[in-house]
Design a protein around this ligand. Structure first.
Ligand code: PMV
Length: 301
């Protein structure tokens, strides 16, 4: 029996701007997906009511991973069991974490010796096939862990940061929101272009202050980034309520993470304010999770 795990991710800065080649900072968090594989008569998934044969409609990510393995190794029967701490469909990279952890578990099980680069690459192919369009950020961060500057995928040093995630529980389609922003940019190329440039400058300045450990300034930059995300139309009433509630409860800064429109926000906190901020987010109607940034990428447990 083999168990692997892989982390979810947040955007500290720069989502949407990165679509236009500008700088963003993504970071792994200590919420993880765990995948256990063990010998079985067929390739099957463990579910609440027992194990069922792998089904491309019900388990598209795992099915696609197994099809990829069939391309280079002899896939014998295996039971795949998934447990994830990462809320699904909320921009925290849950599908990437499940995909990457499954690749690592099967790699160890079949002894195929994939490198981390191979794993990240296969994970991105799987996400692209299943979702139509997928950014390589989630699979890259989930594989390597730590803090990553994108689009150049430069690994930055690791800095321990305390974060409260607020989940609005509202599903939002990244594809739709990205296309709304593109339409807005087409109508106002100079205005939106300059906003993207400013978001990029925030990411670059943010890296410096993270490296100095000046989290008060990092929080201030997150708040500026949030204002600009609102200005390009990716905010929502629910997200704003969680953002302002967290600030009022003492967060150093807070913003949307990911595409926006719904999904999650993050609040950077000092230790003394963590539970106050988490409660404030709950009172404002969100689900909240206390977590921290993590340098741990995919690994065998
Ligand atoms: O919500 P997520 O985690 O899918 O993030 C989307 C981030 C965008 O910058 C809006 C799109 C992208 O591909 O980077």
């Amino acid at each position: 029996m083999i168990t692997s795990s892989a982390p979810g991710k947040i955007f500290l800065f720069g989502e949407h701007a990165v679509v236009y080649g500008k700088t963003a900072i993504a970071c792994a968090i200590d919420l993880r997906a765990h995948v256990t594989v063990e010998e079985a008569p067929t390739v099957q998934m463990k579910g609440p009511g027992g194990s069922v044969d792998l089904n491309p409609r019900k388990h598209p990510y795992i099915y696609s991973v197994v099809e990829k393995f069939k391309g280079f190794t002899d896939v014998t029967g295996v039971n795949i069991d998934i447990h994830s701490d990462i809320p699904v469909g909320s921009g925290l990279g849950s599908s990437a974490a499940v995909t990457i952890a499954t690749i690592k578990a099967l790699d160890a099980y079949y002894g195929t010796n994939l490198t981390l680069e191979d794993i990240a690459h296969m994970g991105h192919q799987v996400e692209s096939e299943v979702q139509g369009r997928a950014s390589p950020t989630d699979t890259f961060v989930s594989t390597f862990g730590g803090m990553v500057q994108i689009p150049d995928r430069k690994k930055l040093g690791f800095y321990d940061m305390l974060i409260v995630i607020g989940n609005t529980g509202k599903f939002s389609s990244t594809r739709k929101i990205v296309s709304n922003v593109a339409a807005l940019k087409e109508r106002h190329p100079i205005v939106i272009g300059q906003i993207m440039d400013t978001i990029s400058a925030i990411s670059e300045t943010g890296i410096e202050f993270i490296q100095e450990g000046d989290f008060h300034t990092v929080g201030e930059l997150m708040n500026i980034n949030q204002g600009l995300l609102d200005s390009i139309g990716v905010g929502s009433k629910e997200l704003s309520e969680l953002v302002y509630a967290s600030r009022k409860a003492g967060a150093l800064g807070s913003k949307i993470t990911g595409a926006g429109g719904g999904g999650c926000m993050i609040a950077l906190c000092e230790h003394k304010n963590l539970s106050r901020v988490a409660h404030a987010i709950k009172r404002a109607g969100g689900d909240s999770f206390i977590c921290r940034t993590s340098h741990v990428g995919v690994r065998i447990e």
